[in-house]
Design a protein around this ligand. Structure first.
Ligand code: ZN
Length: 390
């Protein structure tokens, strides 16, 4: 019969001595028959494993079970037993000439990988005395940093942040933004459609959103006017990658709806935002444009913050503004009444409310701000490039 730790009822010195002697006699008998490393490991674990080894058991059963007045003498007995068990386990290891690894107080907690590491170390393959691997602390990606800067400018104006799904339905991405099926403006925002949806109605088909504008509709469906939101997010288009295009990029959009919002509000808001982003000396300039969901629409330019609007950097031509002194930064316009028709039931009666919307590419602004000449660098994950923002 293998030895098991008995419960003690008598905690007198004599009883403790008898219990210890019985345990040590079992230890001696078991130690004598250990013949190889594998048996020794089993033997060691039976006596010394932190979880349920015999030493743990005597600690739990004898010491913790002892009445208060017997704690001290029981503790002494347990310590004596522990020392002898450890000595015996080490003695058997020495008798069998088992190579050394750090065991004494770890018992079975030593894992196979630690054995292997020890072996590698012995073979000179790993130097375990070398310092550990130093992990660098990460930094904000330049595109995320730029996005956050833009968002915070509008948050200070009282805008709240809205977000929406990247996989969108045709309805939210196009139709509700006044791109009816077959509208030519859809061609400029060609995108990836999810496969296998032929059985669905056209407006329910899923695609990767081409702009963050669907979030405008989604938010207007949920919240009644007045509304001021800023929408950061990832978008996709069928653009082959080159120095200034990427099939995946980032936008920040904004929408303000209230009664009596005019184009003057749009100009004032964006002029303020550009000065906050690029410095108080930049000027803004609007040129007529077309977007299906705004009417009238404009492209906004800022005076070149690299050459100060002169088109020259010393004797050299200024490339970012193509020597014009102006940089196109965003598209904007007054929300087309047709868009409000889609959310009319939630208080957006186009006869009563008006609003403006704008959208800009966060990647493009990051390129300009940091003087990076290839958008691909942002998405290649090359640490040497990204470290510059660390
Ligand atoms: Zn310039």
């Amino acid at each position: 019969m293998a030895y098991t730790v008995p419960k003690l009822t008598d905690y007198s010195a004599g009883a403790l001595e008898r219990a210890s002697a019985e345990l040590l006699s079992a230890l001696g008998k078991e130690a004598a028959v250990v013949k190889n490393e594998e048996e020794w490991r089993i033997f060691r674990d039976r006596w010394m494993a932190r979880k349920n080894g015999i030493l743990t058991q005597i600690n739990d059963v004898w010491l913790k079970g002892a009445p208060k007045e017997a704690k001290r003498v029981t503790g002494q007995s347990v310590n004596l037993v522990k020392a002898q068990v450890e000595e015996k386990v080490d003695g058997v290891k020495a008798r069998l000439q088992i190579p050394h690894f750090p065991t004494t107080n770890l018992g079975s907690e030593i894992s196979e990988s630690e054995f292997e590491l020890e072996a590698f170390s012995k073979a000179g393959l790993v130097d375990i005395t070398l310092p550990g691997v130093h992990r660098e602390i990460g930094a904000e990606h330049p595109v995320i940093r730029t996005t956050n800067e833009i968002v915070s400018v509008f948050q200070k104006l009282g805008y709240s942040v809205a977000e929406g799904p990247v996989v969108e339905t045709d309805y939210y991405n196009f139709e509700a933004l006044n791109f009816p099926p077959n509208h030519p403006a859809r061609d400029t925002q060609d995108t990836l459609f999810i496969a296998g949806q032929q059985s669905k109605a056209a407006r329910e088909r899923l695609l990767l959103r081409t702009h963050t504008s669907p979030v405008q509709i989604r938010t207007m469906e949920k919240m009644r006017p007045p509304l001021r939101i800023v929408i950061p997010g990832t978008v996709h288009r069928n653009d082959p990658p080159d120095a200034s295009h990427s099939p995946m990029f980032h936008q920040v959009e904004g929408l303000a709806v209230d009664t009596n919002i005019t184009f003057g509000d749009l100009k004032g808001t964006l002029d303020h935002a550009m000065k906050a982003l690029f410095g108080s000396s930049v000027k803004t300039h609007f040129r007529p444009s077309f977007f299906p969901f705004t009417e009238p629409s404009a492209e906004m330019y800022v005076s070149c913050f690299i050459c100060g609007g002169s088109g020259k950097r010393g004797a050299e031509p200024c490339r970012p503004c193509k020597q014009t002194g102006w940089i196109e930064i965003l598209g904007c316009g007054m929300v087309d009444p047709n868009v409000f028709e889609f959310v009319k039931d939630n208080g957006y009666d186009p006869k009563k409310v008006s609003g403006f919307a704008f959208g800009m590419g966060a990647d493009r602004i990051a390129l300009l701000k940091y003087g990076v000449d290839d958008i691909q660098l942002f998405f290649q994950g090359d640490v040497r490039f990204l470290q510059q923002w660390g």
